[in-house]
Design a protein around this ligand. Sequence first.
Ligand SMILES: [Zn+2]
Length: 258
Amino acid sequence: MAVVLSSCTIPTDQAVTVAEPAEQAPAPRLGSARGASVDTPDQPLTGKTVFLDPGHSGSHDAAMTAQVPTGRGGTKDCQTTGTSTATGYPEHTFTWEVAGLMRSELEVRGARVELSRPDDTSVGSCVDERAAAANESGADAVVAIHADGAGIDDHGFHVSYSAPALNGVQAGASVEFAETMRDALVERGLVPATYIGDDGLLPRADLAGLNLSERPSILVELGNMRNPADALRMTDEAGRADYAQSVVHGVVEFLSGP
Ligand SMILES: [Zn+2]
């Protein structure tokens, strides 16, 4: 390497070849034969934007009960507190942690990632504002991350999308995204909810974030925080990493599909 770099006599075309990797990737990429293209199999999401909405907020104030549009003519609370495990691990922290892990995984694959809230301490925006931000981002995929609070024996994940659909995207791409995500989560070994929905899918009319969406959008309830087995996985760092990788798998499958 040192010999090549110190040489003043190499032909011009070779000189260019040497210079390219240096400007592409700094020091640690020694031995990398990669060219200038970033569209490699390792980065299937190059050029794609993913909007992640870690459900709920780190804290709340009186504005939580302010009424905002549902997207179907009614109104509902700006935001809700979410649930928690029996040991007090809050849903908003679970969703924040999983979204953070997902962001890293998605960025490594080339995606541009936007989040609906900046941290897990402040008062986050209302559900309708999150939908507007997701629309504004031009996202190719919008994923709201949640965990349910159901009966102690109920377990497993389910994926929701807006139904009846309010626009063409909701009628087409969002349904396709939900089905792809369900299949991807099953492929990764997650179990469809035993207590709600139909084989891991639950179309819903009452979620403002989905109703107001003009981008391919789903809401994933990764499990039931009140179920001991699901809760164990959610409170465990490796468990959260596995949830994140599983949802990322679904996003990649959807965005790299035909
Ligand atoms: Zn929730």
